[in-house]
Design a protein. Structure first.
Length: 147
């Protein structure tokens, strides 16, 4: 069974959906934000491995959060397009880290990619195109909740 690495802190509830799939964790680093999760039975497919839909959801969240929190104050982004490549499998009980690279940010569009790591194995990768929005965005990724 995996454990939560040092420096990762719980992400406070950002939506009912993220609450259902969590708990999710994040860690700030020099390159931005890494997202992490300890895969549970509820994250698995019928073969007892990490579900591709869960991996896709984590890719979308990780890239979106990284883009949003790369600015102060955070700026909201919505997904325009995303592509995911599944390179291996995730065992139930494994800790998975999603590492994000922001490739380019323009006035209205941004491009990012991420890699999924289970230990020393890269198990997936994704790329995404995002558009900025004019919506208010005042929810912290870590720290005190706004409730």
């Amino acid at each position: 069974m995996g454990s939560i690495p040092q420096g990762y802190k719980p992400i406070f509830r950002l939506s009912e959906y993220t609450e259902l799939i969590g708990p999710l964790y994040s860690r700030r680093n020099a390159d931005g934000i890494s997202l992490g999760i300890l895969f549970e039975e509820k994250h698995g497919n019928s073969r007892g491995k990490g579900h591709g839909g869960m991996i896709s959801t984590l890719a979308d969240l990780a890239m979106g959060y990284s883009l949003a929190f790369s600015e102060d104050p955070p700026k909201p982004y919505v997904t325009v397009n995303m592509s995911v490549d599944f390179l291996g499998h995730i065992e139930i009980g494994e800790w998975v880290e999603v590492r994000v690279n922001i490739d380019k940010k323009g006035a209205t569009m941004a491009f990012a990619r991420c890699e999924f790591w289970a230990g020393d194995r890269q198990v997936a990768r994704a790329t995404g195109v995002f558009k900025t929005t004019r919506a208010e965005f005042n929810i912290p990724i870590q720290g005190e909740s706004n409730e």
